[in-house]
Design a protein around this ligand. Structure first.
Ligand code: GTP
Ligand code: MG
Length: 196
């Protein structure tokens, strides 16, 4: 698929406000500030398709983008951000959980983790849950440009090894929106999921 023609469809506070549950969707999940929205922009080669921010918690709604008729990408609210009020946090986690649980169109989950702080408890929960629900997962270690090449490779090996124990057979790749690293791996995986 040509991801460059992706366009915004709608934002929804919860699953009930999303368009019909038909076609195929791949969702981008991860802790707040992991680089989900930036990854979507890098993939689609659009500067401001998804809104990004230095402030964690920027994406508070489920944002839907359409690649082409019936093929969608989803920017999910981040999890694990401590600084937002408990009430707001509860609301996000609820809509996130509901989306993952009920959405039939969901064909794959991209879980993004900052390469400097991967595999936090909520990340592991997210991947474990997806594997248990038979939703295919791709883990991207984001902001790979923040580490020197040696440290980067070492961290990749560490996460791959640790993920075997915690999450089973899950593909883990390096990614950088800034340096356009890992975009081919991502689009290949999306093509695969959207073709199945
Ligand atoms: P929430 O919507 O709050 O959950 O965050 P998010 O996961 O969508 O993160 P976002 O894409 O908004 O990026 C957060 C911050 O990280 C921004 O300041 C980005 O510029 C920065 N960032 C994202 N990707 C990269 C990357 O590949 N390299 C570097 N160096 N910075 C990045
Ligand atoms: Mg975001």
């Amino acid at each position: 698929w040509n991801y460059h023609v992706t366009h915004f469809v709608t934002s929804a506070p919860d699953v009930r406000h999303l368009p019909d549950d038909t076609g195929a969707e791949v969702a981008f999940a991860g802790r707040s500030n992991a680089g989900k929205s930036s990854a979507l922009n890098a993939l689609t080669q659009q500067k401001s398709l998804a809104r990004t921010s230095k402030t964690p918690g920027r994406t508070q709604l489920i944002n839907l983008f359409e690649v082409t008729d019936g093929i969608r990408l989803v920017d999910l609210p981040g999890y694990g951000y401590a600084e937002v009020p408990e009430e707001v946090k509860r609301k996000w986690q609820k809509s996130l959980g509901e989306y993952l649980e009920v959405r039939q169109a969901l064909k794959g989950l991209v879980v993004l983790m900052d390469i400097r702080h991967p595999m936090k408890e909520l990340d592991q929960q997210m991947v474990t849950w997806a594997v248990a629900s038979e939703i295919p997962v791709l883990v991207l270690l984001t902001k790979a440009d923040k580490l020197a090449s040696g440290a980067r490779k070492k961290q990749l090996a560490t996460v791959r090894e640790a993920s075997l124990a915690f999450m089973g057979e899950v593909q883990v790749e390096l990614f950088s929106s800034l340096k356009k690293m890992g975009i081919d791996k991502l689009s290949q995986k999306l093509d695969e999921w959207f073709t199945e």
